[in-house]
Design a protein around this ligand. Sequence first.
Ligand SMILES: [Zn+2]
Ligand SMILES: [Zn+2]
Length: 300
Amino acid sequence: MNDFVQLVIEEFKDIYFIKGAREGKYPYSHSLLIEDHLIDTGISSRLIRKLKRSFPINIILLSHWHEDHTSGNRLFPNTKFFIHSKDKFFIENVNKFNEFYDISNTPAEEESEWLMESLKLENTNIDKTIEDSEIIEIGEKYKLKIIHTPGHTAGHCVFLELISKLAFLADIDLTNFVFYAGIDSDLIDFEESIDKLYKLDIRTAVTGHRGIIKGRKKIKEELNKYKSIIYKRDERILSYLSEGNPKSILDFKRKNLIYKYYSEFKEYETIAELIMIQKHLDKFIENKLIEQKGNGYVLT
Ligand SMILES: [Zn+2]
Ligand SMILES: [Zn+2]
């Protein structure tokens, strides 16, 4: 067996964890293979070619439109692609990614174009859109339930296999970074999606950037920890505001309130951070914790 392909649960011989390049770190991600159904294609071109030599793949389910989960799509010209209806337009228009990440006409454009070119992204034709609660039968044995979990993207989906109770959580990835900086991201939806997963009976989880997590209790702990990352950001952003002195969104620039440090993609992260902070501010306004004053925000 190839070293990047491994069984997830001993008694289920046709479910494989497919480990992405660079341990699944961005711009790559992990995949899951159930018989001839592959979830996500961001493991790297090299590993996709290797995988195709050992396994026939007839259907590809995409968890969402992001490039780190879909860059291998172009290597499957004759395979059927499924994605949630809300992410269909995005994956069919990869030339508009700068708009989708809200970075058109900003210093981050160049960084992003370089990355998208190196990933060789192409538009994907979607054969079927999927919706919440739909069940996809795989062979005679498996039943894959679609769990619509918006927030990260509007059409982000988790896939729960009902017989093995194994779920692919995609970018509710249980790492120590939570991302919601797309034009279709929504922080309130994201929190509700985490709550939705909390109520499911998941015995084994596979996430897009972390890998395999076993045990119902452990998975719930990790979901709580993941949600607390959002709460800590709430606190940091709130403590930056005061009652008297209004702060505008630009006052939050490069304060490391979300990114602990900025990486080689600094231009992009600076913008993404402000987009995410704005989503917290929108939530605070809705919860009446802050109010608008002039061009800025103050605590109520
Ligand atoms: Zn993503
Ligand atoms: Zn991802």
